[in-house]
Every structure is written in C-alpha cells, then in structure tokens.
Design a protein around this ligand. Sequence first.
Ligand SMILES: [Zn+2]
Length: 283
Amino acid sequence: MLKAAWTMFFALLLTTTAFSFSDTSPAAFERQASQLRTKLTDRGFTVIVERPFIVIGDEPDDRVALWAKEIIRGTVTRLKQDYFAKDPINILEIWLFKDEASYRKHAKEFFDDEPDTPYGYYSPSKKTLIMNIATGGGTLVHEIVHPFVEANFPDSPAWFNEGLGSLYEQSGTVNGHIYGYTNWRLRGLQNGLRTKIVPTFKAMTSMTDGEFYREATGTNYAQARYLCYYLQEKGLLRKFYKEFVANAKTDPTGYETLQRVLAERNMTAFQRKWEAFVMKLTF
Ligand SMILES: [Zn+2]
C-alpha cells in the first residue's frame, strides 16, 4: 500500500515536472546554443545567445550580431518596459535566413515547414521564429510580440495579439518608448472603409481566432492595427492593455474595456470618428 502510494507520488511528480518545468536558466541557453553550433558546424551560421532568445543566422557574423544586439535587444527592452513583465515560457530560437532561397530550404530541412508567407512566422510548437531577413526587420518585430503576449496575456484574442504585433512591424523609438508608424496596411483599410466592408468593432473584437484569421473581408489585421494605432495616438494604448488583461475574465473580447478606456458612450459614433481619423492618415 505504502509502496503503491509512493510510486503514485513519484509518477505524479514526474508528470508535473515534465509538463510545467522549462529550464530557461542562462546555463540552459548556453547549452542549447552550443548544441546548435555543433549541429551547424561549417555551414556558415552564427549562433548568439540574446536572452530570451537564441539568434541563428547565415548572414556575415557582424550582421547577425547587429540584428541580435540592436533590433532584437532593443525591441525586447522597449516591449518589456511598456507591456510585459514575463519572458516567453520557453527558450525560443530566432532563425534569420539571408534570402528567400535559404529561408525556404532551411524551413524545410530543419523544421519540415513549407512557409505560406515570404516574410517569416512564429511557430509556438517548434519554439522558433523563422524569418526571411532579406525582407527587413518589420516581420521580425511583429513576431517577437507574439511569444510575449502568449506569456503575459495567454487568453488574448487574436485581434489584439495581431493588432499589437502589426502595430510594431513598422516602428521606432519616440521619447524612449516603442512607437508604431503608419504602414502598408493602411491602403487596404482605407479601401475597405470606402466600400463599407469593415465590420463594427463589436463584431471584430467578438471574432473567434479562426474567424479573425480567415480574413473574410481582408481587413481584420489592418482594422486591429489601426485601432491600436488610434489608442496609441490618444495616449491610451498601454492603459487599454493593462485594463484588458485585468478584466479579461469578465470581458474576454476587450470590447467593454475598449469602450470604457475610450470613454465613449456611443460606439457607433466612435466608429465614425475612427473612420474619419483613418481616412486622413497617410503612408
Ligand atoms: Zn502575427
């Protein structure tokens, strides 16, 4: 009886350990980096630990170092300053492939993936960000947002996760804070507003993740982005994020929190105001 109980106890302990414990100590990063260096010997890759990531790239080593120390470190520092207390749950690798040929070849070889985007993507199951870095750093910054949202706001609906990621895909630093600029998604949104296919915020924020990603109108990412952009311009984006996280149990879509943070009594009137704001933006 006693023996059975102990066996059960240890079985439980092992199970719990296997499912909840992820070693993200500095030593674990170094271990994984050195395994990667061994695996990639003589293949022209540079491996750099830049916690909470390991950066691997096949551009010249000083270029890989520049991405790691400037873009990745800078983005992480500024995102953490404004939004995220916790690092990603797992050690994540960021692969920076030097061109589209390298990106497609290695996505297949190392991850058995055939990317449906020319830019890059985040694979939570493979604990990896896979980038065609020849397309620039925008997608890299966008994808870095996702594992931080995952760790800090695991119940975030897709609309907010993608709205925030998309906001920072064209960004810089203003007054020491990360700041999103207008970008290429504006044109599609303005066209959608002209042809009146853009859903209400009530409808957009209530979409399931599947509905959001299906992009029935092709405007979901842009609408979410320019809602975040509007909040940023009003100085309300960080406040919205904090209140959304705090109230997600009672308001999982964020719609009520949005209305409260905007202090708008009439959301139909707000939508018209936002549309006029968007139509005046330029890129
Ligand atoms: Zn995304």
